[in-house]
Design a protein around this ligand. Structure first.
Ligand SMILES: *Cc1c(COP(=O)(O)O)cnc(C)c1O
Length: 427
């Protein structure tokens, strides 16, 4: 069967570097940037050579659903940025999560997941995995004890986001990692909101890191993509996953990714597109600089919002007054990310604020260079009822702002005039 795992798939580990270190044969003409191998398949000189590659005995690419040199360059760079052993890029963040979860879980298994996480992930866990007999216990990740209490003998993984989108909770990663490892199950972390520029979750116990690269890594809102990184910390031979253990015998610490690449992700079919991989590589070049600006603007904006009389509550983990301030210091080098949520009292006022913004745009994305706003309860979480939304950390008066990297006065002026009108139009 198709078991090709390109040998160059392994990362050397270490810090994020501005360029990848792909072998010369991937780039026969020399290069400044990774060339886009815009091809579905790769041709071979002989039947024997093709058979060798299919059998996984020779490195090489066969078909872009399995691997592609441009995507491989991205995978290598992301693995390195995360200090992981390898990476698998996918068609979207949801594709990455689907592959990881279906690759781990079977009917009768359960999962402990943080509440206040991405709406698409909640839906995947409930509506898709739920149909296949996998149960998810949602727990507020603020207190590790609640997570500990939710773990049962059938729990097969613990899943959190680095900063919940849009709950904005920051888990105590080291403690949650200990809980998972006591049970010999993997600790899965969605690091979309922090990116490797703020945190390498593997450094504080994550076994598998997942990204939606559509957000900050792309940075410009021009493509959808995802990635899975194995940090190399979990011993797949010793966990409750016999089929992955088999892969580990063959592929060593790449066992889990080999399992995903050669069966799960391959058969689910949501592969990364070469042109998209190129765009993600381009985004990575400026990621660190952009993230610094996103975080700086978000922190100042949070202070401005906090001081405005129309605002009831501001949620930004980077504020000194936040419950999560210490964790932001400890885990993210003091940078609180680019997302701020605010509460305005009721839905009407939230809508009024959103509608009066002139510069910021109304859009469902995060992590773009420009500021984007959304009312999560009526959009991403529209299919849930009010009680459910409260449990999921999405109140009806909440607005999410994905703070861009534009010149700060432009942003503040826009937000201030919109907030002023929220109160004026009420009077
Ligand atoms: C957007 C997002 C996803 C889903 O990613 P897509 O690329 O849109 O499929 C998953 N997790 C988080 C935290 C996200 O923000």
């Amino acid at each position: 069967m198709l078991t090709a795992i390109p040998s160059a798939h392994r990362s050397e580990g270490g810090e994020a570097a501005p360029s990848d270190d792909s072998p010369a044969q991937d780039y026969p003409l020399g290069r400044m940037e990774a060339p886009v191998f815009q091809t579905a398949a790769f041709s071979y000189d002989t039947a024997e050579a093709m058979a060798q590659t299919f059998a996984g005995r020779a490195p090489g690419h066969l078909y872009t659903r399995l691997s592609n040199p441009t995507t491989l360059a991205l995978e290598r760079r992301l693995a390195k940025a995360e200090g992981g052993v390898g990476c698998l890029a996918t068609a979207s963040g949801m594709a990455a999560l689907s592959a990881v979860l279906t690759g781990l879980l079977r009917p009768g298994d359960d999962l402990v997941a943080a509440s206040g996480i991405f709406g698409g992930t909640v839906s995947l866990l409930r509506n898709v995995l739920g149909r296949f007999g996998v149960r998810t216990h949602f727990v507020n990740p603020t207190h590790a004890d609640a997570i500990r209490a939710a773990v049962t003998s059938t729990t097969r993984a613990i899943f959190v986001e680095t900063i919940g989108n849009p709950g904005m909770e920051v888990p105590d990663f080291r403690t949650v990692a200990e809980i998972a490892h006591e049970r010999r199950v993997p600790f899965l972390v969605d690091s979309t909101v922090t990116t490797p520029a703020l945190a390498r979750p593997g450094d504080f116990g994550a076994d598998v890191v997942v990204h939606s690269t559509s957000k900050y890594i792309n940075g410009h809102g021009t493509a959808i993509g995802g990635a899975i990184i194995d940090t190399g910390r979990f011993d797949w031979r010793n966990g409750p996953f016999p089929d992955i253990a088999k892969w580990s015998m063959k592929a060593g610490d790449l066992g889990f990714l080999a399992h995903l690449r050669a069966t799960i992700a391959r058969d689910l079919g949501a592969c990364a597109a070469p042109w998209t991989s190129f765009l993600m590589l381009q985004g990575l070049d400026t990621l660190t600089a952009r993230m610094r600006l996103h975080c700086e603007n978000a922190r100042y904006l949070a202070l401005v919002l906090q001081a405005h009389p129309a605002v009831q509550k501001v949620n930004y983990p980077g504020l000194e007054t936040s419950t999560f301030h210490d964790r932001v210091q400890r885990y993210f080098g003091g940078l609180g990310g680019g997302i701020v949520t605010l509460r305005l009292g009721d839905r009407t006022r939230a809508f009024r604020f959103i509608n009066r913004l002139v510069h910021a745009r109304r859009a469902a994305n995060i992590g773009e260079t420009g500021t984007l706003v959304i009312h999560p309860a009526s959009t991403i979480f529209h299919e849930y009822d009010a009680a459910d939304r409260d449990r999921l950390g999405v109140p009806d008066d909440m607005v999410r702002v994905s703070v861009g990297i534009e010149d700060f006065p432009t942003l503040v002026e826009d937000v201030r005039q919109a907030l002023d009108r929220v109160n004026q139009e009420q009077a």
